[in-house]
Design a protein around this ligand. Structure first.
Ligand code: ATP
Ligand code: MG
Length: 758
């Protein structure tokens, strides 16, 4: 045994378990490590890189690929602590950074120069915006997709390995009428990039594949630079990335991939966890290792994670086995509503800090960036610094700013800045007209009841102005009751939202519901506006940097928390409609939501708290998330109003939530003709309660006024498309001729239709 062997045997044996050790010291040939969360996959990769370096493999011929550059550099710095500076020579990065470095040399073979420019997402959107403006089709079409939507469509097509037409059919059916124009813009976009020596992020991958697949000599030359390839989080690679791995590794087959198919959460962007299953077919002779022990979490947390795994339709043949001793039970907190949730979580975090946890030991995780709004506001109030990842700061979004401007006007109708902003929403009023109208209004003694009287307006603008006049008169002259004003503004503004944001109004609507709820529950509007205008502590960072770099309390979407761990984790808003999201369209989407929940709970090392607000912003009463609703006995402690409910079951709270029905609905939504359904129609239906069946404690009544089954000819209102008449009924579907949006076929069960008097 030489010195090197001794180092390896002695050092690694103490740091890894037997299987991890086997994996880390695997000699040549393909290796696949498939294992659950927290089982040490990343740790094993780090040690494998160190072992390879220590074995004398030239560090620069080792290629370590991860999902984020930061993750790669963190892994390599851990590696350096094992083998010293040599680790610094290892090639670590993402598929994109690898592509960039290779293409710098070989781009001329593809008709680019070696100095080709890279366009980031912003650059791509700006260019697409310009080409969109030049395309005749966008003129006169308020609903023509915006530049960021177009960029998203182009990018998804690449990452999902499909073409724009097919992608639109499956994922953007509501924009299909613009398909021809988008294809024109795509052609112009490609031409522009080629002529101007530019590549966007997706081009990096596409062009690297073109290069490798198009010239065997070049492929061999490049592939020979890397004697060992290691890929972390393989379940989230997309088809191009899997092919690139094969193109680079197929000569020597020294490819190690680690992943957990149950943690695949980027399917919406084209990742395909089947890449893991296909790995042994591509790399003949693959040795497959599984890691069973989980070093991260207490058995109580793992029991909940295993419960989630057991629900997956795509059966994952694994269970997480705890390596750590028992910890405290997982807590489920049933809360009245989202405000109660925010207050409770903020209070609990204060208690954690008093008890000695450092802010960096705590993370609050959520499905969507908007779910932390109320909590952000509570933390700000308590001067608790936090960093938020993977979501936007809610007060900076155009539609939330808009909403607040209406509220500001309710408090002070002479707030010129807010008035200008809301005049910007008047249909048919250009920038000059807005300014004129604002000056005219502010020059009046009182403009509220006469806003539509200003001279020189087109009819369209006058009509739109008179509805604004009605709203302002009502909220400014009526009682300054937060709930009332919040609702009136919401009703008005959500009506014009589709016109203002034609491509993504459904998700904006969700944000608005959050804010409406917050405003409605505020003690008074003046203090609400003061609270929301006060800048949060200046440490607030949104979506940037590396989560682990910071010492603050972490607020993060689950997507941005992948691969990470914290001693204490709160998973908030674990209720139907939020998690799983109301936007899921198919049973595949539901499966991805389930995997997200699995990722969320497995981030916790010592303590896991899951919160469930039992009232939503529509006044409905969502059930506990279906993923946790069927927790078996002994899996968690359930609390309500701060006290244990005495039962470990959530079944009293999910009423007659009919899981089979939900599955059926998901499948039928998936099967609907794509053109006919928009995102909004694919909502999860409110839970059905059997007649006479007692509701769970704390559950508010469901909205009584919703149409169960509208009659032909009936006038109804849809939360997004507004008023319309039912023109056909077929099974669970209704075709409604909406006054503003024309005919749409929707699933009645999802649609939250409200009957209108004829
Ligand atoms: P994820 O699927 O979430 O990415 P993972 O499988 O990559 O998880 P790691 O992050 O590598 O897991 O490890 C989880 C935790 O367990 C880390 O804190 C790691 O240091 C610890 N750990 C893993 N293996 C061992 C071991 N053999 N001895 C001690 N601690 C270990
Ligand atoms: Mg990992």
């Amino acid at each position: 045994m030489n010195d090197r062997d001794r180092y390896t045997r002695l050092e690694l044996r103490g740091l890894l378990n037997e299987t991890q050790f086997q994996a880390a010291t695997h000699l040549d040939g393909p290796l696949l490590i498939v294992a659950g969360a927290g089982s040490g996959k990343t740790r094993t990769l780090v040690h494998r890189v160190a072992w390879l370096v220590d074995q004398g493999i030239v560090p620069s011929s080792i290629l370590l690929l991860t999902f984020a550059r930061k993750a790669a550099s963190e892994m390599l710095s851990r590696c350096a602590s094992l083998v010293g500076d040599r680790a610094g020579m290892v090639n670590g990065g993402t598929f994109h950074s690898l592509a960039n470095s290779i293409l710098r040399r070989y781009a001329p073979k593809l008709g680019f120069s070696s100095q080709f420019g890279i366009m980031d997402q912003d650059d791509s959107e700006t260019l697409i915006g310009r080409l969109r403006g030049e395309d005749p089709a966008h003129k006169g079409h308020a609903a023509f997709p915006k530049r960021n939507t177009i960029q998203n469509i182009f990018s998804q097509a690449v990452n999902k390995d499909t073409d724009v037409g097919r992608l639109m059919q499956s994922s953007f059916p509501h924009l299909l009428e613009f398909e021809t124009a988008l294809l024109r813009i795509l052609a112009a976009y490609r031409r522009h990039k080629q002529e101007n020596d530019l590549m966007d992020f997706d081009d990096l991958l596409v062009n690297l594949e073109r290069l490798l697949a198009g010239d065997e000599g070049v492929r061999r030359e490049i592939a020979s630079r890397y004697s060992h390839i290691l890929v972390d989080e393989y379940q989230d690679t997309n088809p191009i990335q899997a092919r690139l791995t094969a193109l680079l590794g197929r000569d020597h087959l020294n490819v190690t991939a680690v992943g957990d198919e149950a943690q695949s959460i980027y399917g919406f962007r084209g990742a395909n966890f089947r890449n893991i299953m296909d790995f042994p077919d591509i790399f003949q002779g693959t040795k497959i290792l599984t890691l069973e022990d989980n070093y991260r979490s207490h058995p109580q947390i793992l029991a909940v994670a295993n419960h989630l795994l057991s629900q997956a339709r795509e059966r994952f043949e694994k269970t997480l086995r705890a390596n750590r001793p028992d910890g405290p039970p997982v807590k489920i907190l049933l809360l009245d509503d989202t405000r109660d949730e925010a207050v409770t979580v903020a209070g609990s975090i204060e208690a954690d800090l008093r008890a000695g946890l450092a802010p960096r030991d705590i993370a609050v995780l959520f499905r969507a960036g908007s779910h932390s709004f109320e909590l952000e506001s509570q933390l700000t109030k308590r001067r608790l610094a936090y960093s938020k990842y993977g979501g936007r700061k809610f007060l900076e979004m155009a539609h939330t700013k808009d909403y607040l401007c209406y509220l500001r006007l309710a408090v002070n109708p002479r707030d010129g800045q807010s008035l200008r902003r809301v005049l910007g929403h008047v249909d048919g009023l250009g920038p000059k007209g807005q300014e004129k109208a604002a000056l005219w209004a502010l020059g009046q003694e009182e403009y509220l009841s006469s806003l539509d009287q200003a001279p020189a307006y087109k009819d369209k603008a006058r009509k739109s102005l008179s509805s604004l006049r009605d709203l302002l008169a009502s909220i400014c002259l009526g009682p300054l009751e937060p709930a009332l004003v919040a609702k009136e503004v919401f009703d008005f503004y959500s009506g014009i939202l589709p016109r203002l944001f034609p491509d993504d109004y459904p998700s904006r609507l969700q944000d608005l519901m959050e804010i409406r709820n917050m405003a409605a529950e505020a003690p008074d509007l003046v203090s609400f506006l003061a609270d929301t205008t006060l800048d949060p502590p200046n440490t607030l960072v949104v979506g940037q940097g590396d989560v682990k770099d910071r010492n603050d309390l972490t607020l993060s979407t689950i997507h941005s928390a992948k691969g990470l761990e914290w001693p204490k984790v709160y998973v908030i808003s674990a209720v139907e409609g939020r998690f799983p999201s109301a936007y899921v369209k198919s049973s595949q989407d539901i499966e991805e939501e389930l995997r997200l929940m699995y990722v969320a709970v497995t981030r916790a090392c010592d303590q896991l708290v899951v919160t469930m607000p039992l009232k939503d912003n529509w006044g409905g009463s969502p059930c506990p998330s279906r993923f946790l609703a069927r927790l078996g006995p002994g899996l968690a402690e359930v609390f309500q109003n701060g006290r244990p409910t005495g039962t470990d079951s959530l079944s009293p709270y999910h009423g007659s939530l009919d899981f089979e029905l939900l599955d059926e609905v998901m499948n039928s939504a998936h099967d609907l003709p794509k053109r006919a359904i928009g995102v909004q129609e694919a909502k999860i239906p409110p839970p059905r309660r059997a007649p006479g069946k007692a509701r769970g404690k704390g559950a508010a009544p469901t909205r009584g006024e919703e149409c169960q089954r509208p009659a032909l000819g009936q006038r109804v209102s849809h939360p997004v498309f507004g008023p319309g008449s039912v023109v056909a009924m077929e099974g669970p579907r209704a075709t409604i001729d909406f006054d503003q949006f024309g005919k749409k076929t929707i699933l009645v069960q999802f649609a939250k239709l409200v009957p209108l008097s004829p």
